[in-house]
Design a protein around this ligand. Structure first.
Ligand SMILES: CC(C)(COP(=O)(O)OP(=O)(O)OC[C@H]1O[C@@H](n2cnc3c(N)ncnc32)[C@H](O)[C@@H]1OP(=O)(O)O)[C@@H](O)C(=O)NCCC(=O)NCCS
Length: 201
C-alpha cells in the first residue's frame, strides 16, 4: 500500500456537506463546479473595496472568473464553496503542487461574504479545509495574511491551530500599489513522512 493510498480518504468529486451555523443558517459546502461561474462572480462583486487587498487576484474581472471555471483542476486548486439558497456566501481554497519539494504543502485562502461574517462561517470553513487536507494526505497548511495587524483572519486561523511563523515586511502591494506586510501562518495537518521535516513551532 502506498502512502497516498493510506491517506486518500476523500473523493473530492462526490464530497459535499450540509451543515448549520450557530445562528441556524443552513449551509452546503461543496467543491466549485463550472456552473458556479456566475454565482462566484456575484460573490466577488459584493466584496467591499477595503477587503479587496486580501485577494491575490483581481476578482472583479469576469474573464478571470470564467477562466477559473473553465480550467478547474482540483489537484491544483480545490475551491470549496459555502452555499445558502443557491448563493455563494463563502469561498475557501487549497492550492497544491503535484511534485517537487512543496508537494506535501497546501496553501489556503478563505473569504466570507460580508453579510455572513462573525457567525462562525470562517471558522467552520477553515476547520473543513484542515479536515479535507488531512484526507488528501497534505502534511502542512500555510496561509499568507496581508496587513496582519489585528485582523479577523489572524484570530480565525489561530483558533484553528495555525501558528504565526513569520511576518514578511512589504511582501505584497495593495490595489493602490502601496506595500503591505504579510503574516505567514502554518499548521501541521498530519505527521510528516520524514521526521527531519517535522518543524516544532
Ligand atoms: C477572516 C474571515 C474569513 C473570518 O470569517 P468569519 O466568518 O467572520 O469568521 P468567524 O465568524 O468564524 O469568526 C469571526 C469572529 O466572530 C466570532 N464568532 C464566531 N461565531 C460566533 C457566533 N455564533 N456569535 C457571535 N460571534 C461569533 C468569533 O469568535 C470571531 O471573533 P474574534 O475575531 O474576536 O475572535 C473573514 O473576516 C473574511 O473573509 N475576511 C476577508 C478575507 C481574509 O482576510 N481572508 C484571510 C486571508 S486568506
Amino acid at each position: 500500500m502506498t502512502d497516498q493510498d493510506m491517506y486518500s480518504k476523500i473523493d473530492i468529486n462526490t464530497y459535499q456537506k450540509e451543515t448549520e451555523l450557530k445562528n441556524g443558517t443552513k449551509v452546503l459546502l461543496r467543491p466549485m463546479v463550472a456552473e458556479d461561474q456566475d454565482a462566484l462572480y456575484e460573490f466577488f462583486k459584493a466584496i467591499p473595496k477595503e477587503d479587496s487587498r486580501y485577494l491575490r487576484d483581481d476578482v472583479s474581472s469576469r474573464l478571470l472568473v470564467e477562466k477559473w471555471a473553465k480550467n478547474l483542476d482540483y489537484e491544483k486548486t480545490l475551491p470549496i464553496l459555502a452555499i445558502k439558497d443557491d448563493a455563494i456566501i463563502g469561498d475557501a481554497t487549497i492550492n497544491r503542487r503535484r511534485s517537487g519539494w512543496k508537494n506535501h504543502l497546501g496553501t489556503v485562502r478563505v473569504f466570507v461574504h460580508k453579510e455572513y461574517r462573525d457567525v462562525g462561517l470562517g471558522h467552520l470553513m477553515i476547520d473543513e479545509l484542515v479536515d479535507i487536507a488531512y484526507k488528501l494526505g497534505i502534511e502542512k497548511l500555510i496561509v499568507e495574511i496581508p496587513d496582519p495587524a489585528g485582523t479577523a483572519a489572524i484570530n480565525a486561523f489561530t483558533r484553528a491551530g495555525f501558528h504565526r511563523v513569520a511576518v514578511i515586511p512589504n511582501m505584497v502591494k495593495d490595489r493602490e500599489n502601496m506595500p503591505v506586510d504579510v503574516a505567514v501562518m502554518m499548521k501541521d495537518v498530519r505527521p510528516a513522512h520524514d521526521e527531519a521535516y517535522d518543524y516544532d513551532f
